[in-house]
Ligand binder design. Structure first.
Ligand code: GDP
Ligand code: ZN
Length: 306
């Protein structure tokens, strides 16, 4: 399902796309959200008698979903996308430089939403000697905690074949700064896609309704990619500061041994996380990014968060 305002595009089992409206009274999940339907939802549709009109009568239970705080209505959240199989975080070491802060924020969000992560490092053809050292550090760090890292180039046929295999028969959420090569990679996977590439910002959002935060692309039959233009949804503003360490699986592994149950791993006595950091068992970058997310949540007004 893909939305553009009050009309929804539904892909039927027959692979045909139809425009649908929502039935006035619809069975909704018990969620406090501003939008009834999100990109990626599975829905039941009915064709109205003696007409070509379709209506959505039911939304099936979502396996998972990502949300964003509704900008206006306090207490309400906007579901951005649902039923996601995996999350590709596309990063580049240079041109443009992706920060580890961004990568870790995405990973934490993925953990929060229960979505498996793949870290895709693109533009390997541009790597220089000093970039290679950095690349190795990233690979070691993420592989040590169990996240697959794929170092690829849009120009490499084998890499594109690998990417195609990874995407096949799945719904993949994709995130990455503008210019890292998301459109180029998808175009290489399916040459008939013809997504616009280049450096012009905003191109990815083209044609979207302003209240939508995600676009669904069909790459092949049964293979979809969901792109979210903003990165706000990965800022975890809807969670409490105490919950953040739960989304850093490496920190969480040590946190169980902290003296205090409510330890925030900042300056508490007998903190197993701080101990691990001191003994080199925890990557300093990961810890720093954990602290940054906690600080960010703490410094955001409660009503802006909830
Ligand atoms: P997006 O904003 O993430 O969709 O990025 P684009 O796909 O528009 O790519 C931005 C620029 O990076 C374009 O000029 C691409 O040709 C270029 N690019 C993408 N992938 C690669 C790559 O693997 N190597 C090199 N050298 N350039 C790439
Ligand atoms: Zn602690």
């Amino acid at each position: 399902m893909q939305t553009t305002g009050s009309w929804y595009v539904v892909l039927l089992d027959s692979e045909k796309s139809v425009q649908c409206r929502l039935r006035g009274k619809i069975k909704l999940q018990d969620l406090d959200t501003t939008n009834p339907i999100a990109v990626g939802d599975y829905v039941i549709v009915e064709q109205l008698e003696e007409s070509n009109e379709f209506i959505i009568t039911e939304i099936l239970l979502r396996r998972n979903y990502i949300i964003r705080q509704s900008p206006r209505k306090e207490h309400q959240r906007h579901i951005i996308a649902s039923n996601i199989d995996q999350f590709f975080i596309v990063a580049t070491i240079s041109q443009p430089r992706t920060s580890l802060g961004f990568v870790d924020r995405c990973i934490a969000a993925a953990e929060c939403y229960h979505i498996p992560v793949h870290i895709i490092i693109n533009k390997k053809d541009l790597l220089r000697k000093k970039d290679l050292t950095k690349l190795e550090e990233w690979q070691l760090m993420y592989k040590a905690i169990g996240y697959p890292v794929h170092v690829i180039s849009a120009n490499d046929k084998e890499d594109i074949a690998t990417l195609k295999t990874l995407l096949k028969d799945k719904v993949t959420l994709i995130a990455g700064h503008s210019g890292v090569g998301k459109s180029t990679l998808l175009n290489a996977v399916n040459t008939s896609l013809k997504l616009k590439t280049g450096k012009i910002s905003g191109k990815w959002e083209k044609g979207m309704h302003t209240t939508t935060f995600a676009t669904l692309y069909q790459i092949f039959e049964n293979t979809f990619v969901i792109d979210t233009p903003g990165i706000k949804e990965f800022s975890l503003l809807h969670v409490e500061p105490e919950e953040v360490s739960g989304y850093f699986i490496d920190i969480n592994a040590f946190a169980k041994s902290c003296k205090y149950n409510n330890c925030m791993h900042i300056n508490e006595p007998e903190c197993a996380v701080l101990n691990a950091l001191e003994n080199g068992k925890l990557a300093p970058a990961r810890y720093e990014n954990y602290l940054n997310i906690v600080d960010n949540i703490k410094s955001t007004n409660y009503w802006e968060r909830k």
